[in-house]
Design a protein around this ligand. Structure first.
Ligand code: IDP
Ligand code: MG
Length: 140
């Protein structure tokens, strides 16, 4: 297994409920290291650009509104097989389908307000990390 990096976002539903620490503990317990982290308020333009791949989906405008509804915590996670490892600890997109022990099972409010984002491939991870972080922001 190669050491990888992936982009994670703690979404506004989770920051609103003060869950950053509990989610970070689950990420760390899963074997991921938080090697960069920033709390920020996304602009509409940033949320639209980040989720541009979903621009044609019926939920796109709602998703953008949700992602700017409060602060997010953007983070770079590092570890063996980090992309897949993070997807595993996140759980399924819809919390109704998420497995026990996953972040979304524990905390997600709905299929939209599902507490965390995680890159879905190594290629997307590289692009998503570069969207938020300079190389010098990341300390492995
Ligand atoms: P993922 O976050 O598990 O990778 P994606 O399909 O990439 O799921 O969708 C991106 C985000 O869009 C989801 O995390 C969720 O916040 C939102 N989303 C996905 N599907 C729906 C839906 O059917 N209704 C409302 N929001 C959705
Ligand atoms: Mg996705």
């Amino acid at each position: 297994m190669a050491t990888e990096r992936t982009l994670s976002i703690i979404k506004p539903d989770a920051t609103r409920r003060n869950l950053t620490g509990k989610i970070n503990a689950m990420l760390e317990d899963a074997g991921l290291r938080i090697v960069a982290q920033r709390r920020m308020q996304l602009t509409t333009a940033q949320a639209q650009a980040f989720y541009a791949v979903h621009a044609e989906r019926p939920f796109y405008n709602d998703l953008v509104s949700f992602m700017i509804s409060g602060p997010v915590v953007v983070q770079v996670l590092e570890g063996a097989d980090a992309v897949a490892k993070n997807r595993n600890v996140m759980g399924a997109t819809n919390p109704a389908d998420a497995a026990e022990g996953t972040i979304r099972k524990a905390f997600a409010e709905s299929i939209e307000a599902n507490s965390v984002h995680g890159s879905d491939s190594a290629e997307n991870a590289a692009n998503e990390i570069a969207f938020f972080f300079a190389g010098t922001d990341i300390v492995g």
